[in-house]
Design a protein around this ligand. Structure first.
Ligand SMILES: [Zn+2]
Length: 272
């Protein structure tokens, strides 16, 4: 009986000491790992915190919209690009509808204001080069406004005219890869493609694709991704009649906004 009790006590003691030691060992082991676990989020917190403003920047894109032309042309000359010896009219009169007499500057402004509302409703910050026909802004001055705003995209709205009445549809323009004044070829080409596709999809008009050119002052002075959208032909009676309606102008604005949206999806994917 006595021996058994002593053995039991010894066994109990042994078990107590064993578990106490094991628990202590585990606890000591877990301490450094706990410490390193809790250190890691602290170490990671800094880069994560640094990334937050970048994300919020991406959500707040700045778009500069230029409604082409103005109430009165200014045929004084200005260089076609920074340091250029070639000059062109500061801002010419634009084209005019052959059927209703719709002026390009009025049409461009009307679409630009609709686009402004659409983009602002979607959360974009919009800078307008003009909200009235009664301004005098040269094409280079308009581009400088986009540069000043550090716009993520500069969208210039125009309409076409042509001697051949049957010609119709939307065209986008952007710089060539070799442009000596501005270096945003890839983004500008993507922007131009996205916008002309958006307009064609939204309105059902003919998609005339993208024309690359380095002759436009408003492109050459821009230091941000830039595209011109020629929304249709005022020299085509059917297209002019459509362009003269509020509904068709809203569809164009929707198409441009869709193109802008697609452009930013693509650029964020491709990491421009
Ligand atoms: Zn024009």
């Amino acid at each position: 009986m006595k021996k058994t009790r002593i053995r039991l006590i010894l066994t109990a003691l042994f078990i107590t000491v064993f578990f106490a030691t094991t628990a202590l060992t585990l606890h000591e082991d877990s301490l450094p790992s706990q410490a390193s676990v809790s250190d890691e989020p602290v170490a990671l917190a800094t880069p994560e915190e640094e990334e937050v403003p970048v994300d919020s920047d991406e959500e707040g894109y700045v778009i500069c919209i230029d409604a082409g032309h103005q109430g009165r042309a200014d045929m004084d000359k200005e260089p076609v690009g920074p340091g250029a010896t070639t000059t062109k009219a500061k801002v010419d009169g634009g084209t005019c509808g052959i059927k209703t007499g719709l002026t390009e500057y009025n049409l461009n402004l009307s679409i630009a204001l609709k686009l402004q509302k659409k983009l602002e409703d979607s959360g974009y910050t919009v800078i307008m080069t003009r909200t009235s026909n009664d301004v005098n802004l040269s094409n280079s001055e308009r581009a400088l406004m986009a540069n000043e705003a550090q716009a993520d995209a500069f969208i210039r709205i125009h309409a076409d005219g042509c001697d051949i009445k049957s010609v119709n549809g939307a065209t986008a323009l952007c710089q060539t890869e070799e442009n000596q004044y501005t270096q945003h070829y890839e983004e500008s080409r993507l922007l131009a493609d996205s916008i002309v596709n958006g307009v064609s999809d939204a309105t059902g008009c003919k998609n005339r694709g993208v024309t690359e050119t380095d002759t436009m002052t408003g492109i050459n002075w821009s230091q941000v991704p830039t595209a011109v959208i020629e929304v249709g032909y005022l020299s085509n009676p059917e297209e002019e009649a459509l362009l003269n309606t509020d509904e068709y102008q809203s569809l164009i604005a929707k198409g441009i906004a869709d193109g802008v949206e697609k452009y930013f999806v693509e650029t964020s994917k491709e990491g421009f």
